[in-house]
Structures are given as C-alpha cells and as structure tokens.
Design a protein. Structure first.
Length: 350
C-alpha cells in the first residue's frame, strides 16, 4: 500500500525542490495563531486611559443652539438640562426687554465642571425668531451664523501656521421648540427645519408638554413625525449616518418612539415624598421634570448628554462641516486665506 506514494515522492524529488521554499512562509503563521493569547502583560489596555488623560487636560467644547418662539421655555429647559444657570435670561436679562424686531443671535459661554471633567458650554439663543407678524425668511440670520462658524474654522484650518487646537465655535446641536398646539406643524416650523437640517443637527422638541393630556401628547408626536417624514425633513440622528447595526437599532427606537421629545423644563425644586425634585407646581399637583411618567425630559437629557454628545460633535465635523468645506473650496477654486493664494500664484508665475 505504501509503494505508490513512495515512488511518486522519489520520482518528483527534484521537481519538489522548487515549490518547497514557497511553502515555508506558511510555517511561521502557526505560532502567530497561537500567540493571540499574550505571553505576558504588554499594556495595550492603557491606551484608553492615555486618551482619557489627554482629553481631560484639554477639556471639551459643546455648542448648543435653541430656536423657537418666545414663551416656549427655551431658557428654562437649557438651565434644566445642565442643572445650572446657563441661559441668556439667567445672565442678567431684563424682564422689560422688548421682543427684538429681527432675529438676533446671542451666544453665552460657560465652563461647567463635573467629576473632574470640564466642558466649555456655549448656549446660542435666537431671540426674535417667529415672533413677528411677517416671519418670512427669519431663519436666514440663523443659517448665516451657523455657516460663519464653519467659515471661521475653515480659515483657521487652512492657515499655513495653524493653531495646534482650533477653537471650535461650530453649532453641534440645535434644539428646535415646537409649540404644543396639538394640531399640525406651522409652515414656519417646516421651512426652518427644511433649510437648516442640511447644515446642523436638529433635535425637535415639543415645548411645555404639560399643557396637553397624555392622549393629545401621543397623537401630536405621531402627527409631527408623519409631517416631518412627508416633507422629507431629516432630523438628528439621521438614518444615513448610522455606522453599524447596533447604532441603527438604538437610533431607530429614538426616531420611531421618542422623537420629538415632549418636555417640561423647570429650575425650581419641590419636596415630593421626602425627596427634592425639579418640578412645576400646579393646583392639582407637582409635575416632576425628571419623572418619565410626567414628561420626556429625562430621555432628552440622556440622549443629548449621556449617549449622543460625542456623536453630535462627530456628525457636525465629519458631515456638516465637511459638506460646507467641500462646497466652499470647490466654489472658490482654491483656499480662502489670501496668504495661501498669493503663494500659489507666485509659484505658478515662476
């Protein structure tokens, strides 16, 4: 039985000398397979700790914009979100201040610290939006402001001697406040979101949700979702930016169930069952802001701060800013700063 193989082996002895070196590289592959379990501690797992230390030193930027008619509780909600007085109204706002005749943009910066983590928070308010008799094109100053921040970042980025860390004033998140009418969205809401959803992450919220019954709230949320879909308005988190199946599953749940968040804001504390809670006092009881049975404020806070804050920043940088950058550079046929253009012209003349 062994004769056949032996003969063939002897007969092919010379020809086998050539393929043998080709088979050699296969040999070291085996130990590599075995070595996937490390033969001792290297310290790769400290990379996360190294990154944490670096980012803790530099701190974080987060720029949030609030848009909506006056009287919808925008300032109160932002104060509630960050559990501190960060809005325009709490920074020496005069109660007798009149409604601006045109949309103004007011940015207020704060440094918030929690557990050793510092965040430079900028709240951008838009007083005067939607408060006029004629609100035609009132989103234009807001769109202009958002694009100006991209332009500022781009100019810094293309400078020859650029800063190691470019100050980030780009708007990472825009909370759009919908009036709790229980009816359809107003043309103004649709127009604003249609124009701005292409340049910024819009998160729609139904303001003062305690003015509606639970049935009205559910019905209104469904109606708003339907209208946004029919009008082709993409709000954050946008479907096409889901990176993997886990993201898609998590974000689908938010898009189909939570959005738009029906919220109630309050910076006043009350005693309920021996506990201090943020809430609003009414003749028939206290509406607890952080109680999910009362409103969806806790869902909004978890979404914006605890699960998606980093993603909001990444989508702003990788999608919205990149879109602006590509459009700007293509349209300009080069780089914006004069220094770079003059050098290029100088080189081409040589």
């Amino acid at each position: 039985p062994h004769a056949g193989p032996v003969e063939s082996k002897n007969g092919a002895a010379m020809s086998e000398l050539v393929p043998e070196p080709r088979q050699k590289p296969v040999v070291p592959m085996k130990p590599m397979g075995i070595n996937t379990s490390l033969l001792g501690y290297i310290g790769i797992d400290t990379i996360i700790e190294q990154m944490r230390k670096k980012t803790m030193k530099t701190g974080f930027d987060f720029n949030i914009m609030v848009v909506g008619q006056s009287g919808l509780g925008k300032s109160t909600l932002v104060n509630t979100l960050f559990k501190s007085q960060v809005s325009r109204k709490s920074s020496g706002w005069n109660r007798e201040e009149k409604i601006p005749k045109t949309v103004e943009i007011k940015a207020i910066g704060h440094v918030i610290e929690e557990g050793g983590v510092k965040m430079k928070l900028t709240v951008i308010d838009t007083p005067g939006f939607g408060d006029q008799i004629n609100n035609e094109n009132c989103w234009e100053p807001i769109e202009k402001y958002i694009n100006e921040q991209y332009e500022k970042f781009l100019k810094e980025e293309v400078n020859i001697a650029r800063k190691k860390r470019i100050p980030d004033t780009r708007v990472h998140c825009c909370l759009y406040f919908i009036s709790p009418t229980g009816h359809s969205l107003r043309p103004l809401d649709l127009e604003f979101m249609k124009h701005l959803s292409k340049v910024v992450n819009i998160i729609p919220v139904i303001a003062k949700a305690d003015t509606m019954t639970l049935e009205e709230k559910t019905e209104f949320k469904q109606r708003v979702r339907k209208e946004l879909e029919v009008n082709g308005i993409e709000f954050y988190p946008q479907k096409e930016f889901d990176e993997d199946l886990e993201d898609k599953t998590e974000n689908d749940k938010i898009r189909q169930e939570s959005m738009p968040f029906a919220v109630v804001g309050s910076d006043k504390e009350y005693q309920v069952n021996g506990k201090r809670v943020l809430g609003r006092k009414t003749p028939w009881g206290i509406i607890e802001v952080e109680n999910l049975n009362h409103c969806e404020f806790a869902l909004l806070r978890d979404f914006v701060i605890r699960t998606h804050l980093q993603d909001l920043k990444e989508v702003t940088h990788n999608i919205h800013y990149e879109t602006y950058r590509a459009k700007r550079l293509n349209g300009n046929g080069g780089l914006p700063p004069m220094t770079v253009e003059t050098e290029e012209n100088h080189e081409s003349n040589l």
